[in-house]
Design a protein around this ligand. Structure first.
Ligand SMILES: *Cc1c(COP(=O)(O)O)cnc(C)c1O
Length: 395
């Protein structure tokens, strides 16, 4: 059953659900590595492509296929391939598409491992890579004045939540002959739909909001059917970063409550951001849903809500930030995000510790910055916890 005019909450539950002959309510799980054939002829015909039959779970599996259909429907994408992790998705999308001598342009504010792929791995294979600051239009125009294979960006970015103009960068990317790949992890499919804004490829770490309950790793790449089938699929099938059918099933269950969770988390995050903005000892709050965000108007235009993450700076540098974090009782210290439980991290010493201090400074990641992933707790309890942090910051 598939209705294109359903809202996201209905789609997440009902679209693209295929049941077996047993008529199960919940998705069936096919935890199998391989498949058997009725006879040798059927096996041969499967390999020539004359018969449609599952061959091997690295190539395809009914449960991972179900997840791919559900994600593609939710995103409004033609096709999807799921991978073992978010980094499996990012690396497959880039490595399947580029070759030696190509050029890749990326936004400077990238998730740590994405930054490593762009700045370390791709150059190792003779791919030229250029980093541009999110709002540096001269930089984007100049970087995309030459033929380019791919553009990779994150918006909102990690950890400072800069919002990049996806439509405008898509136009520049297409002018340079590049595919625009958007890592949409921070917004989730509920918060932002990059394909509608001109992106060609959308990438997820399903580990974050899509699971959202701290259980499994997973990734997804979405895009045009032709690119997925001809470029990405041969790469993922033969290099083997297949998602376990068990994890796919967990993610299918996650999708059922994704709209509910993401919208509730965004409401909580907005309340927490408003509290922090007025709180003594907090020198800066970045939340895409607040009017004082540097790209507030753009965020309103391209996002459906302000997202579930808040970045803020505590007075007193690293010491102030550590005291703040250590005083929290409800919010756990963890570098994961998008979880039902609120999680906070100190980017300068965790997720972004490998990035050179001068590069960190360019990104605004000072020693006082904390990234808070707001969960589903009662907002009053979260705010009471943050008050504990604030009271402790001076020691
Ligand atoms: C977590 C994350 C990734 C990587 O995902 P994994 O599932 O951890 O491999 C990539 N990009 C962003 C923005 C992320 O937050």
């Amino acid at each position: 059953m598939t209705e294109t005019n359903y809202g996201p909450s209905t789609r997440a539950l009902h679209n693209q659900v295929e049941r077996t002959e047993f008529g199960e309510t919940s998705d069936a799980i096919f935890l199998t590595s391989g498949f058997v054939y009725d006879n040798a002829e059927q096996a041969a015909a499967t390999f020539t492509g004359d018969v449609e039959h599952y061959q091997y779970s690295r190539f395809g599996n009914p449960t991972t296929d179900a997840l791919q259909r559900r994600l593609a429907d939710l995103e409004g994408a033609e096709a999807c391939i799921v991978t073992a992790s978010g980094m499996g998705a990012v690396s497959s999308a880039l490595l399947s598409h580029v070759k030696t001598g190509d050029r890749v342009v990326a936004s400077r504010a990238l998730f740590g491992s994405c930054y490593w792929i762009v700045t370390q791995l791709l150059p190792q294979y003779g791919v030229e890579t250029v980093l541009v600051d999110g709002d540096d239009w001269d930089g984007w125009t100049q970087a995309l004045s030459k033929p380019t294979a791919a553009v990779l960006l994150e918006s909102p970015s990690n950890p400072m939540l800069d919002v990049l103009d996806i439509q405008r960068i898509a136009d520049l990317a297409h002018g340079a002959g590049a595919l625009l790949m958007v890592d949409n992890v921070f917004a989730s499919p509920i918060g932002q739909q990059p394909i509608k804004l001109g992106a060609d490829v959308v990438i997820y770490s399903c580990t974050k909001h899509i699971d959202g309950q701290g259980r499994v790793l997973g990734g997804a790449v979405l895009g045009k059917k032709q690119w997925i089938e001809e470029v990405l699929q041969p790469f993922t099938r033969n290099t083997g970063n297949a998602l376990s059918p068990f994890n796919a099933w967990v993610l299918l269950k996650g999708i059922e409550t994704l709209p509910l969770r993401v919208n509730a988390m965004a409401r909580n995050a907005a309340e927490v951001a408003d509290f922090l903005a007025e709180a003594p000892g907090i020198t800066r709050v970045n939340y895409p849903g607040r009017a004082d965000h540097p790209q507030a108007e753009l965020a309103r235009k391209q996002m459906h809500n302000g997202g579930s993450l808040v970045a803020f700076e505590v007075e007193g540098g690293r010491e102030g930030a550590f005291r703040f974090l250590n005083a929290l009782k409800l919010v756990a210290i963890s570098n994961n995000l998008g979880d039902a439980r609120s999680l906070a991290t100190h980017p300068a010493t965790t997720t972004h510790m490998k990035i050179a201090p001068e590069e960190r400074a360019k990104l605004g990641i000072t020693d006082g910055v904390i990234r808070l992933s707001v969960g589903l707790e009662d907002s009053a309890d979260l705010i009471a916890d943050l008050k504990r942090g604030l009271a402790a910051r001076k020691g």
